[in-house]
Unconditional design. Structure first.
Length: 181
């Protein structure tokens, strides 16, 4: 398998047609959710799942939900980007996993960019400023690499909540679009 498969990845919404049983990331809970619950969540409008496919294989998936990012804005040092608000509208990456065979080939980054793209597209219709994740300890470095920050309030929790401000990305995308007209 080639190292860089970026141009060959395809993003597809999860459907009943997909065969999920063979998905195998290094995280058992994320496999279990994907194989047994993702479709049910989707049917119940509790989470939307998108697959990253390479040829006929499912290389990874991401599940997105709406959420609220809550902070202790009373304490200035805990504020998000200096705002005095306690709550911010966000999209949360509820699950993200890459099959072991595809690890470290850019699938995680690709799924992250898809999640950000979808969240920004939502923000064109409904207020939504941040994208968040309750990171597993072993994937903290992955999110930090992609400019996510830890919410101070959750610094010591088992799954620290992390956030990414979409404003700079959205601004860049909009100014690029305006040049294309
Ligand atoms: C964490 C995970 C999503 C990363 O996906 P991936 O496809 O292997 O990562 P990518 O190839 O897209 O990596 C992109 C960059 O992040 C880095 N990276 C990947 N995983 C990392 C980790 N765990 N810690 C630190 N950096 C990491 C890569 O080195 C790469 O950096 P580079 O461009 O400088 O080389 C994947 O390994 C995984 O599914 N792990 C098990 C489940 C899990 O922990 N999911 C997260 C739930 S919150």
């Amino acid at each position: 398998m080639e190292q860089n498969l970026y141009s060959e990845f395809q993003i597809l919404p999860l459907t009943t047609r997909h065969k999920l049983n063979s998905f195998d990331s290094s995280n058992i809970d994320l496999n279990d959710f994907f194989i047994n619950d993702a479709l049910k969540y989707q049917e119940e409008m509790a989470g939307r799942t998108f697959l990253c496919c390479w040829k006929k294989d499912i290389a990874g998936y991401v599940t997105l939900v709406t959420d609220t990012l809550e902070v202790h804005a009373v304490d200035e040092k805990d504020r998000i980007d200096g705002y005095p608000y306690q709550k911010f509208p966000c999209i949360r990456i509820a699950r993200l996993a890459v099959d072991r065979r595809f690890e470290r080939k850019g699938v995680g980054r690709f799924l992250l960019s898809v999640a950000i793209g979808k969240a920004i597209s939502i923000s064109n219709e409904i207020g939504c400023r941040y994208i968040t994740v309750d990171s597993k300890t072993e994937s903290l470095g992955f999110y930090e690499k992609h400019n996510f920050k830890i919410v101070k309030k959750y610094m010591h929790s088992k799954y620290p909540k992390m956030y990414l401000d979409m404003y700079p990305i959205a601004t860049l995308m909009r100014s690029k679009e305006s040049l294309e007209y």
